[in-house]
Write a protein that binds this ligand. Structure first.
Ligand code: NAP
Ligand code: 3JN
Length: 338
Protein backbone atom coordinates (compact mmCIF):
# COMPACT_ATOMS: atom_id res chain seq x y z
CA UNK A 1 0.00 0.00 0.00
CA UNK A 2 2.99 2.34 -0.26
CA UNK A 3 4.36 4.91 2.20
CA UNK A 4 2.61 5.69 5.44
CA UNK A 5 1.51 4.20 8.73
CA UNK A 6 0.33 0.77 9.77
CA UNK A 7 -3.25 1.51 10.78
CA UNK A 8 -5.99 -0.55 12.46
CA UNK A 9 -9.71 0.19 12.68
CA UNK A 10 -11.34 -1.50 15.67
CA UNK A 11 -15.09 -1.91 15.15
CA UNK A 12 -14.57 -1.82 11.39
CA UNK A 13 -17.96 -3.40 10.59
CA UNK A 14 -19.94 -0.82 12.58
CA UNK A 15 -21.55 2.45 11.51
CA UNK A 16 -18.58 4.52 12.73
CA UNK A 17 -15.83 2.02 11.81
CA UNK A 18 -17.13 1.70 8.26
CA UNK A 19 -17.11 5.48 7.92
CA UNK A 20 -13.56 5.64 9.32
CA UNK A 21 -12.39 3.38 6.47
CA UNK A 22 -14.20 5.61 3.97
CA UNK A 23 -12.80 8.84 5.47
CA UNK A 24 -9.22 7.47 5.58
CA UNK A 25 -9.58 6.78 1.86
CA UNK A 26 -11.34 10.06 0.96
CA UNK A 27 -8.75 12.19 2.78
CA UNK A 28 -5.91 10.14 1.37
CA UNK A 29 -4.50 9.48 4.83
CA UNK A 30 -1.06 7.90 4.47
CA UNK A 31 -1.88 4.24 5.15
CA UNK A 32 0.83 1.67 4.51
CA UNK A 33 -1.16 -1.25 5.87
CA UNK A 34 -4.78 -1.39 7.06
CA UNK A 35 -5.96 -3.97 9.57
CA UNK A 36 -9.72 -4.30 10.10
CA UNK A 37 -10.80 -5.63 13.48
CA UNK A 38 -14.19 -6.57 14.90
CA UNK A 39 -15.68 -9.35 17.02
CA UNK A 40 -15.51 -13.03 16.19
CA UNK A 41 -18.99 -12.68 14.60
CA UNK A 42 -17.57 -10.67 11.68
CA UNK A 43 -14.20 -12.35 11.25
CA UNK A 44 -13.77 -13.31 7.60
CA UNK A 45 -16.08 -10.60 6.21
CA UNK A 46 -14.42 -8.51 3.52
CA UNK A 47 -14.51 -4.71 3.36
CA UNK A 48 -13.30 -2.44 0.59
CA UNK A 49 -10.40 0.02 1.07
CA UNK A 50 -9.03 1.83 -1.98
CA UNK A 51 -8.85 -0.85 -4.69
CA UNK A 52 -8.56 -3.87 -2.46
CA UNK A 53 -10.74 -6.06 -0.30
CA UNK A 54 -9.50 -6.55 3.25
CA UNK A 55 -10.60 -9.43 5.44
CA UNK A 56 -11.93 -8.52 8.89
CA UNK A 57 -10.01 -10.18 11.72
CA UNK A 58 -11.13 -10.99 15.22
CA UNK A 59 -9.80 -8.49 17.79
CA UNK A 60 -7.31 -10.18 20.12
CA UNK A 61 -4.51 -9.07 22.42
CA UNK A 62 -1.94 -9.62 19.67
CA UNK A 63 -3.87 -7.56 17.09
CA UNK A 64 -1.66 -4.51 17.73
CA UNK A 65 1.76 -6.14 17.52
CA UNK A 66 2.39 -4.55 14.11
CA UNK A 67 0.15 -1.46 14.30
CA UNK A 68 1.27 2.19 14.73
CA UNK A 69 -2.14 3.91 14.83
CA UNK A 70 -5.47 2.40 15.94
CA UNK A 71 -8.86 4.07 15.52
CA UNK A 72 -11.27 2.50 18.02
CA UNK A 73 -15.08 2.49 17.71
CA UNK A 74 -16.30 -0.75 19.24
CA UNK A 75 -17.77 0.63 22.46
CA UNK A 76 -16.35 1.62 25.84
CA UNK A 77 -15.81 -1.87 27.27
CA UNK A 78 -13.76 -2.96 24.24
CA UNK A 79 -11.73 0.26 24.50
CA UNK A 80 -11.18 -0.16 28.23
CA UNK A 81 -9.73 -3.62 27.64
CA UNK A 82 -7.84 -3.21 24.38
CA UNK A 83 -6.70 0.44 24.13
CA UNK A 84 -4.19 0.06 27.00
CA UNK A 85 -2.91 -3.16 25.40
CA UNK A 86 -2.43 -1.37 22.09
CA UNK A 87 -0.71 1.58 23.81
CA UNK A 88 1.60 -0.75 25.75
CA UNK A 89 2.82 -2.05 22.37
CA UNK A 90 3.67 1.47 21.19
CA UNK A 91 0.52 1.99 19.15
CA UNK A 92 -1.20 5.41 19.31
CA UNK A 93 -4.95 5.06 19.91
CA UNK A 94 -7.67 7.51 18.88
CA UNK A 95 -10.68 6.27 20.82
CA UNK A 96 -14.26 7.11 19.90
CA UNK A 97 -15.83 5.77 23.09
CA UNK A 98 -16.46 7.42 26.43
CA UNK A 99 -13.96 5.09 28.16
CA UNK A 100 -11.14 7.61 28.62
CA UNK A 101 -12.68 10.98 27.77
CA UNK A 102 -12.64 12.33 31.31
CA UNK A 103 -9.26 10.86 32.31
CA UNK A 104 -7.02 13.81 33.20
CA UNK A 105 -4.07 12.36 31.25
CA UNK A 106 -6.07 11.77 28.07
CA UNK A 107 -6.46 14.66 25.61
CA UNK A 108 -10.09 15.14 24.49
CA UNK A 109 -9.72 16.78 21.13
CA UNK A 110 -11.68 18.58 18.44
CA UNK A 111 -9.11 19.78 15.88
CA UNK A 112 -10.86 23.12 15.20
CA UNK A 113 -11.05 23.85 18.93
CA UNK A 114 -8.10 22.46 20.94
CA UNK A 115 -5.52 20.78 18.67
CA UNK A 116 -2.77 21.92 21.09
CA UNK A 117 -4.05 19.36 23.65
CA UNK A 118 -2.52 16.60 21.48
CA UNK A 119 1.02 17.70 22.19
CA UNK A 120 1.62 15.79 25.39
CA UNK A 121 -0.48 12.71 24.68
CA UNK A 122 0.41 9.44 26.35
CA UNK A 123 -0.64 7.20 23.43
CA UNK A 124 -4.41 7.34 24.09
CA UNK A 125 -6.43 10.26 22.70
CA UNK A 126 -10.19 10.55 23.09
CA UNK A 127 -12.70 11.70 20.52
CA UNK A 128 -15.58 13.53 22.22
CA UNK A 129 -19.23 12.55 21.96
CA UNK A 130 -20.81 13.60 18.65
CA UNK A 131 -23.23 16.05 20.29
CA UNK A 132 -20.37 17.76 22.10
CA UNK A 133 -18.19 18.01 18.98
CA UNK A 134 -20.59 20.02 16.84
CA UNK A 135 -21.55 22.26 19.79
CA UNK A 136 -17.98 23.20 20.68
CA UNK A 137 -17.04 23.79 17.02
CA UNK A 138 -19.89 26.33 16.82
CA UNK A 139 -19.25 27.89 20.24
CA UNK A 140 -15.45 28.16 20.13
CA UNK A 141 -15.43 31.57 18.34
CA UNK A 142 -17.95 32.90 20.88
CA UNK A 143 -15.91 31.61 23.82
CA UNK A 144 -12.79 33.29 22.41
CA UNK A 145 -14.52 36.59 21.60
CA UNK A 146 -16.82 37.08 24.58
CA UNK A 147 -16.51 34.20 27.08
CA UNK A 148 -19.32 31.74 27.79
CA UNK A 149 -21.20 31.79 31.09
CA UNK A 150 -24.02 29.30 30.47
CA UNK A 151 -25.29 26.99 27.72
CA UNK A 152 -28.80 25.54 27.42
CA UNK A 153 -28.89 22.93 24.66
CA UNK A 154 -31.52 20.56 23.31
CA UNK A 155 -30.40 17.94 20.80
CA UNK A 156 -32.35 16.17 18.05
CA UNK A 157 -30.19 13.10 17.44
CA UNK A 158 -30.26 10.76 14.44
CA UNK A 159 -30.66 7.01 14.93
CA UNK A 160 -27.28 6.33 13.28
CA UNK A 161 -25.78 7.50 16.60
CA UNK A 162 -27.01 4.19 18.06
CA UNK A 163 -25.32 2.13 15.33
CA UNK A 164 -26.31 -0.10 12.42
CA UNK A 165 -29.08 -1.90 14.28
CA UNK A 166 -30.94 1.35 14.97
CA UNK A 167 -30.74 2.46 11.33
CA UNK A 168 -32.34 -0.89 10.43
CA UNK A 169 -34.99 -0.50 13.17
CA UNK A 170 -36.16 2.91 11.90
CA UNK A 171 -36.30 1.60 8.31
CA UNK A 172 -38.29 -1.46 9.33
CA UNK A 173 -40.73 0.52 11.49
CA UNK A 174 -41.39 2.98 8.65
CA UNK A 175 -42.02 0.12 6.19
CA UNK A 176 -44.31 -1.64 8.69
CA UNK A 177 -46.25 1.60 9.33
CA UNK A 178 -46.85 2.06 5.58
CA UNK A 179 -48.41 -1.41 5.54
CA UNK A 180 -50.63 -0.60 8.52
CA UNK A 181 -48.54 -2.68 10.92
CA UNK A 182 -46.59 -1.85 14.04
CA UNK A 183 -43.36 -3.58 15.03
CA UNK A 184 -42.21 -4.35 18.55
CA UNK A 185 -39.32 -1.92 19.37
CA UNK A 186 -36.03 -3.73 19.93
CA UNK A 187 -33.28 -1.09 20.07
CA UNK A 188 -35.19 1.75 21.78
CA UNK A 189 -37.72 1.45 24.63
CA UNK A 190 -40.44 2.93 22.36
CA UNK A 191 -41.22 3.13 18.65
CA UNK A 192 -38.79 5.60 17.05
CA UNK A 193 -40.61 6.04 13.70
CA UNK A 194 -42.80 9.18 13.82
CA UNK A 195 -41.79 9.75 17.45
CA UNK A 196 -39.28 11.65 19.65
CA UNK A 197 -37.64 9.99 22.65
CA UNK A 198 -36.18 12.28 25.35
CA UNK A 199 -33.85 9.51 26.44
CA UNK A 200 -30.27 8.83 25.27
CA UNK A 201 -28.15 6.61 27.50
CA UNK A 202 -29.15 5.61 31.02
CA UNK A 203 -30.66 8.06 33.49
CA UNK A 204 -28.48 9.19 36.38
CA UNK A 205 -29.35 10.13 39.98
CA UNK A 206 -29.52 13.84 39.07
CA UNK A 207 -32.31 13.21 36.54
CA UNK A 208 -30.09 13.84 33.52
CA UNK A 209 -29.17 11.08 31.05
CA UNK A 210 -25.60 9.89 30.41
CA UNK A 211 -25.59 11.61 27.01
CA UNK A 212 -26.64 14.89 28.66
CA UNK A 213 -23.89 14.73 31.28
CA UNK A 214 -21.31 13.86 28.58
CA UNK A 215 -22.15 17.20 26.96
CA UNK A 216 -21.68 19.02 30.28
CA UNK A 217 -18.39 17.42 31.29
CA UNK A 218 -16.77 17.18 27.86
CA UNK A 219 -17.55 20.83 26.99
CA UNK A 220 -15.83 22.02 30.16
CA UNK A 221 -12.81 19.81 29.55
CA UNK A 222 -12.38 20.87 25.90
CA UNK A 223 -12.72 24.58 26.71
CA UNK A 224 -10.58 24.07 29.85
CA UNK A 225 -13.17 26.08 31.75
CA UNK A 226 -15.10 24.48 34.59
CA UNK A 227 -16.99 27.70 35.24
CA UNK A 228 -19.15 27.16 32.13
CA UNK A 229 -22.64 26.07 33.21
CA UNK A 230 -24.32 23.61 30.85
CA UNK A 231 -27.80 22.07 30.91
CA UNK A 232 -28.61 19.60 28.12
CA UNK A 233 -31.72 17.71 27.02
CA UNK A 234 -30.89 15.01 24.49
CA UNK A 235 -33.65 13.65 22.26
CA UNK A 236 -33.63 10.81 19.73
CA UNK A 237 -35.60 11.67 16.59
CA UNK A 238 -36.55 9.64 13.48
CA UNK A 239 -33.72 10.99 11.32
CA UNK A 240 -31.10 8.66 9.80
CA UNK A 241 -28.03 10.92 9.67
CA UNK A 242 -27.31 14.35 11.18
CA UNK A 243 -27.70 15.62 14.72
CA UNK A 244 -29.41 19.00 15.20
CA UNK A 245 -29.06 21.22 18.27
CA UNK A 246 -30.96 24.20 19.59
CA UNK A 247 -28.39 26.17 21.61
CA UNK A 248 -28.96 29.17 23.88
CA UNK A 249 -25.74 30.66 25.14
CA UNK A 250 -25.28 33.38 27.75
CA UNK A 251 -22.05 35.27 27.14
CA UNK A 252 -19.88 37.19 29.60
CA UNK A 253 -19.63 40.15 27.21
CA UNK A 254 -22.11 41.32 24.57
CA UNK A 255 -22.08 40.17 20.93
CA UNK A 256 -24.79 41.07 18.44
CA UNK A 257 -26.23 38.41 16.12
CA UNK A 258 -24.28 40.10 13.29
CA UNK A 259 -21.05 39.83 15.32
CA UNK A 260 -21.78 36.12 15.82
CA UNK A 261 -22.48 35.62 12.10
CA UNK A 262 -19.17 37.35 11.24
CA UNK A 263 -17.21 35.28 13.74
CA UNK A 264 -18.76 32.01 12.56
CA UNK A 265 -18.25 32.83 8.89
CA UNK A 266 -14.50 33.00 9.59
CA UNK A 267 -14.39 29.97 11.89
CA UNK A 268 -12.69 26.75 10.74
CA UNK A 269 -15.04 23.89 9.93
CA UNK A 270 -18.17 26.08 10.17
CA UNK A 271 -20.62 27.25 7.53
CA UNK A 272 -23.39 29.74 8.24
CA UNK A 273 -26.74 29.19 6.48
CA UNK A 274 -28.95 31.86 7.94
CA UNK A 275 -31.68 33.34 5.79
CA UNK A 276 -34.86 32.06 7.39
CA UNK A 277 -37.06 34.42 5.32
CA UNK A 278 -35.94 32.45 2.24
CA UNK A 279 -36.35 29.12 4.07
CA UNK A 280 -32.56 28.82 4.45
CA UNK A 281 -31.34 27.16 7.63
CA UNK A 282 -29.32 23.97 8.17
CA UNK A 283 -31.24 20.69 7.87
CA UNK A 284 -29.99 17.19 8.68
CA UNK A 285 -31.09 15.89 5.28
CA UNK A 286 -28.87 18.49 3.60
CA UNK A 287 -25.78 18.17 5.80
CA UNK A 288 -25.52 14.38 5.81
CA UNK A 289 -22.29 13.47 4.00
CA UNK A 290 -20.52 16.74 4.89
CA UNK A 291 -17.68 17.31 7.37
CA UNK A 292 -18.75 20.87 8.17
CA UNK A 293 -20.73 22.08 11.18
CA UNK A 294 -23.63 24.23 9.93
CA UNK A 295 -25.13 27.10 11.92
CA UNK A 296 -28.32 29.07 11.33
CA UNK A 297 -31.24 30.81 13.10
CA UNK A 298 -28.70 33.08 14.81
CA UNK A 299 -30.61 35.61 16.91
CA UNK A 300 -30.60 37.43 20.21
CA UNK A 301 -31.89 35.35 23.09
CA UNK A 302 -34.38 37.91 24.39
CA UNK A 303 -34.75 36.17 27.74
CA UNK A 304 -31.34 37.14 29.13
CA UNK A 305 -28.61 39.81 28.89
CA UNK A 306 -25.83 38.87 26.43
CA UNK A 307 -27.87 35.91 25.15
CA UNK A 308 -27.56 34.34 21.70
CA UNK A 309 -29.75 31.55 20.27
CA UNK A 310 -28.71 29.37 17.34
CA UNK A 311 -29.40 26.11 15.48
CA UNK A 312 -26.43 23.82 14.80
CA UNK A 313 -26.44 20.73 12.53
CA UNK A 314 -23.67 18.27 11.60
CA UNK A 315 -23.26 14.72 10.30
CA UNK A 316 -22.90 12.74 13.53
CA UNK A 317 -21.10 9.78 11.97
CA UNK A 318 -18.64 11.98 10.05
CA UNK A 319 -17.72 15.16 12.00
CA UNK A 320 -19.28 13.67 15.15
CA UNK A 321 -17.11 10.55 15.03
CA UNK A 322 -15.10 9.23 12.04
CA UNK A 323 -13.90 12.50 10.47
CA UNK A 324 -12.97 14.03 13.82
CA UNK A 325 -10.89 10.92 14.61
CA UNK A 326 -9.13 11.01 11.22
CA UNK A 327 -8.49 14.76 11.58
CA UNK A 328 -6.82 14.01 14.93
CA UNK A 329 -4.75 11.30 13.24
CA UNK A 330 -3.72 13.77 10.51
CA UNK A 331 -2.36 16.22 13.09
CA UNK A 332 -0.55 13.42 14.93
CA UNK A 333 1.02 12.24 11.69
CA UNK A 334 1.94 15.72 10.38
CA UNK A 335 3.42 16.82 13.69
CA UNK A 336 5.33 13.55 14.16
CA UNK A 337 3.34 12.74 17.32
CA UNK A 338 2.97 9.08 16.32
P1 NAP B 1 -22.24 -0.48 15.69
O1 NAP B 1 -22.70 -0.07 14.35
O2 NAP B 1 -23.13 -1.29 16.55
O3 NAP B 1 -20.82 -1.24 15.54
C1 NAP B 1 -20.15 -1.79 16.61
C2 NAP B 1 -18.80 -2.29 16.15
O4 NAP B 1 -18.06 -2.76 17.28
C3 NAP B 1 -18.89 -3.46 15.19
O5 NAP B 1 -17.82 -3.40 14.28
C4 NAP B 1 -18.74 -4.64 16.11
O6 NAP B 1 -18.25 -5.80 15.47
C5 NAP B 1 -17.67 -4.11 17.05
N1 NAP B 1 -17.65 -4.86 18.30
C6 NAP B 1 -18.64 -5.02 19.18
N2 NAP B 1 -18.25 -5.81 20.21
C7 NAP B 1 -16.97 -6.15 19.95
C8 NAP B 1 -16.00 -6.95 20.60
N3 NAP B 1 -16.28 -7.56 21.76
N4 NAP B 1 -14.79 -7.08 20.04
C9 NAP B 1 -14.50 -6.47 18.87
N5 NAP B 1 -15.36 -5.70 18.19
C10 NAP B 1 -16.59 -5.55 18.72
O7 NAP B 1 -21.87 0.79 16.59
P2 NAP B 1 -21.27 2.20 16.12
O8 NAP B 1 -22.37 3.16 15.94
O9 NAP B 1 -20.29 2.02 15.02
O10 NAP B 1 -20.55 2.66 17.46
C11 NAP B 1 -19.50 1.95 18.03
C12 NAP B 1 -18.98 2.73 19.22
O11 NAP B 1 -18.39 3.93 18.77
C13 NAP B 1 -20.01 3.15 20.24
O12 NAP B 1 -20.29 2.14 21.19
C14 NAP B 1 -19.37 4.35 20.86
O13 NAP B 1 -18.49 3.99 21.88
C15 NAP B 1 -18.61 4.94 19.70
N6 NAP B 1 -19.39 6.03 19.07
C16 NAP B 1 -18.98 7.26 19.31
C17 NAP B 1 -19.69 8.31 18.79
C18 NAP B 1 -19.28 9.68 19.14
O14 NAP B 1 -20.12 10.37 19.62
N7 NAP B 1 -18.05 10.09 18.91
C19 NAP B 1 -20.78 8.12 17.97
C20 NAP B 1 -21.18 6.85 17.72
C21 NAP B 1 -20.46 5.80 18.27
P3 NAP B 1 -19.21 -6.99 14.95
O15 NAP B 1 -19.64 -6.61 13.57
O16 NAP B 1 -18.31 -8.16 14.95
O17 NAP B 1 -20.34 -7.09 15.91
O1 3JN C 1 -26.43 8.34 20.58
C1 3JN C 1 -25.70 9.04 19.87
O2 3JN C 1 -26.15 9.78 19.00
C2 3JN C 1 -24.23 9.01 20.08
C3 3JN C 1 -23.83 7.80 20.81
C4 3JN C 1 -22.66 7.65 21.36
C5 3JN C 1 -22.34 6.47 22.13
C6 3JN C 1 -23.14 5.32 22.03
C7 3JN C 1 -22.84 4.21 22.80
C8 3JN C 1 -21.80 4.20 23.66
C9 3JN C 1 -21.26 6.47 23.00
C10 3JN C 1 -20.39 7.67 23.07
O3 3JN C 1 -19.68 7.93 22.11
O4 3JN C 1 -20.42 8.37 24.09
C11 3JN C 1 -21.00 5.34 23.78
C12 3JN C 1 -19.87 5.29 24.73
O5 3JN C 1 -18.75 5.16 24.27
O6 3JN C 1 -20.11 5.37 25.94
Amino acid sequence: MGEGLKVAVVGATGAVGNMMIKVLEERNFPVKQLKLLASKRSAGRKLQFRNSEIEVQELTESSFDDVELALFSAGASVSRKFAPIAASKGCVVVDNSSAFRMEPDVPLVVPEVNPYALKHHKKIIANPNCSTIQMVVALKPLQDAAGIKRIIVTTFQAVSGTGQKAIFELEEQVKAWVHGKQLEPKVYPHQIAFNCLPHIGSFLDNGYSEEEMKMVNETRKIFEDNSIQVSATTVRVPVFYGHSESINVELKNPLTPDDVRDLLEKAPGVRVIDDPGSFKYPLPLDVAGSDITFVGRIRKDISVDNGIAMWVVADNIRKGAATNAVQIAEILQKESLI
